[in-house]
Ligand binder design. Sequence first.
Ligand SMILES: [Zn+2]
Length: 435
Amino acid sequence: MNPNDLFKLVLKEKLLNKIDYVMALFTIPYMEDNKYDSGILKIENKIVTFVTDSGSYKLDYYRFPLLDYLDNTLLNKDEWKSLSEDIETSLGIAITNYLIIEKPFKGKIPFIDGKITSSIEDIIAERLVSDNYIPKDEADDKIKIRVKELIEYVDNCEYLKTWNRYFVQAASERTMLPPEGITEKKKQIVKDMIKEFGENAFKDQVNVVKLEEKLKEIDKEWLKDDPTLGIVTSGKVLNNSRKELFLTMGGIPAFDDEGELSFVLNSLLEGWPSDPDTLTAMFNSLRAGSLSRALDTQYGGLFAKIILRAIGNYTVKLNVDCGTKLGWSIKVDDTNFKSIKFRHIIDADKTILIDSEEMAKGYIGKSILVRSPETCALEGENYCQYCVSKLLSENPDGIKNDVTEVTSIVMYESMKKMHNTTKSITRLNKKEIFS
Ligand SMILES: [Zn+2]
């Protein structure tokens, strides 16, 4: 039995739902005297036997772990309800799909050959009905997702999370190492930049950013084929952690409001500088990560409270139309049409409710006014039904909930400041700014 046959057997006997089988398949067994016996896996004389309820299977290979999530496998459309054609994909993708798409939804949601993102939950939310929903016809039955299917999906997502004991994605060889020859390459870039911009090149923040960007390019090239790139190695890991570890500490903000950056060329790999100014900057960066972060988080919480107090009494007045002729103007196109769904728009002096995505699509290419709380003409602490989204008018006391979303953005931003900060250069387009 080769790895592919083994995987087929695993699917057939639904072994992925049993964690002791997952362990047997994806971890390296600890052998004593070249022997091992866990009941599921028996190893002796370099021969591996895999035991399931249906019998014992001798494997014709000797490699651990027995299955690798990067291995390729061929999936047959006759064995997968979520597939409309045979595909070749990685074991990792096959397993994730099996647990969170194939098993719970049985073909209602198609196989995703790649990263499964939270957008799948938008699909579920739109099609969710109760378990005793009576379908209109067969087609409707195949589209609608029942609560029990959602529960199986959530259970399997949670179950998949427990696998992180066996799969440490972040620990690939390349993520643990600096880009090859980075110190030499950095020296050369710094030399070239000083030649081009003069001795004081790095007193200019633009040059600091340019240097950081050049180094990050080298790092990206190094990580190019790494399976963790874009999944766990992304965002703050690339922009902050790896940059400071292996490339350069770069521009470190001071604690005053000026926003001046102190430049520290060293990376943590090269050690702490002895020069008092740069050493101070390094200390500041540590302090920013602890004390200052706590203060900023506090600011996020305070801001949420202030806004909630200000908005606490606002309600939506049902069956009242303030009669405003104002709103925000928007040219509907295929990137923004969803934003007018469930809103009232003013089209040729008439207020119309956009009740579905289809209806919103119909306005692509048109310039319209969307009624908004911002331009509601009612006085006092309320908005009329027509100036808010239909979803909000169904829940007239729910304004608070919507507003907390704004405060959570502020909260997120102030926390993020300490996690993922990148300075970048952007080109100013005069026409766009002043038009
Ligand atoms: Zn209004």
